[in-house]
Design a protein around this ligand. Structure first.
Ligand SMILES: [Zn+2]
Length: 327
């Protein structure tokens, strides 16, 4: 085994433990998706209207919070969501004191719970730490929304996105990776603020309970929807410009995660409502469909009048997958 083989194999194991619990891979990912555009990837192109770069942050010239504050203005989707009042702001490694100060006002909008405001604030902080601990367990702590608990979903509470050093300082991540992560988190912000509407079903705090719609199913659904937005945007860039700006590592991670969450939604609907939502979500996401074929993950893109696929070679381990997903 050459040193390069060993390195990519190590990286592969890391990646499979990070992004795809229970799925094991025995080969490098193959990106037919990237084949024509590969040369253009990993180019650190400065985004329009952004003056700070991730390189500036990594070299210590720009404070992470300043970089993130500028992203709100220069990633158009973020600016729009902030204008709508749904996105409250971007935070970098907030302390409990900062969270307490920032969450009190948005959570006071829960009218029926006004007497319980201090409790709601503490609950949001606890859940924030819990979701970070969960991300840490999976190996990648990138960002999470706050507040995040099921009881605020659909209550029109403005949401923050809290970022961690992981993606910002990841040696191989670039500005496009951060922009894609932002797109991911913005979908969580919208889904939390408005609830999720699929056909004639509106998922919110009112119908999320262990017997009707489990939080575990909700979590996998939310991730699938967020990763869909990322992959759609990446594919759109490829269709429009022929290039892919996110790093290949970031793309592979997002592809793994999408396939993983797709599989969960496909296999583990346990209630009538979950089953209905599953069908509606797959109909909505059919432009980016995942399948397992000969132990490979294939993500089929059929959007914007164009078709292609992202293939990830590897062995899909059904038993491990169930065990891990059931945790
Ligand atoms: Zn997410």
């Amino acid at each position: 085994m050459t040193k390069l083989d060993e390195l990519s194999r190590r990286e592969f194991l890391r990646l499979s433990s990070v992004g795809a619990a229970g799925m094991t891979f025995d080969a490098n990912p193959v990106y037919s998706f990237l084949s024509s555009a590969y040369a253009a990837s990993n180019v650190q192109s400065k985004q329009p209207n952004c003056s700070f770069t991730l390189d500036g942050v990594k070299s210590g010239k720009v404070a992470p919070q300043d970089y993130l504050n500028e992203r709100i203005k220069c990633v158009p989707e973020a600016a729009e969501l902030q204008k709508s009042g749904k996105l409250k702001g971007f935070l970098y490694e907030p302390s409990d004191e900062e969270l307490r100060a920032r969450l009190t006002e948005p959570l006071s909008k829960i009218k029926s719970d006004k007497g319980k405001l201090p409790y709601l604030v503490e609950l949001a902080i606890t859940r924030y730490h819990k979701s970070h601990a969960e991300l840490k367990r999976q190996g990648n702590v990138e960002a999470s929304i706050v507040p995040t608990h099921a009881s605020v979903i659909g209550k029109k509470i403005p949401v923050y996105v809290a970022f961690t050093p992981y993606r910002i300082f990841h040696p191989e991540s670039n500005d496009a990776d951060v922009a894609s992560l932002i797109i991911h988190e913005l979908k969580h912000v919208k889904d939390t603020y408005d609830g999720m509407t699929l056909g004639n079903i509106h998922l919110s705090y009112q119908n999320i309970s262990p017997k009707t719609f489990r939080t575990e199913f909700l979590r996998n659904l939310g991730e699938l929807r967020a990763e869909y937005e990322e992959l759609k945007r990446i594919f759109k860039e490829r269709v429009d410009t022929g290039k892919v700006s996110v790093s290949s590592k970031y793309l592979s991670k997002t592809g793994f995660n999408y396939a993983k969450h797709w599989k969960f939604i496909q296999d583990y609907a346990a209630t009538e409502l979950e089953d209905k939502v599953r069908k509606l979500q797959f109909e909505e996401s059919k432009g980016i469909a995942s399948e397992i074929k000969d132990n490979k993950f294939i993500i089929h893109f059929d959007l914007f009048g164009r078709k292609t696929h992202l293939a990830v070679e590897g062995v899909y381990n059904k038993q491990n997958n169930k065990q891990n997903l059931d945790k």
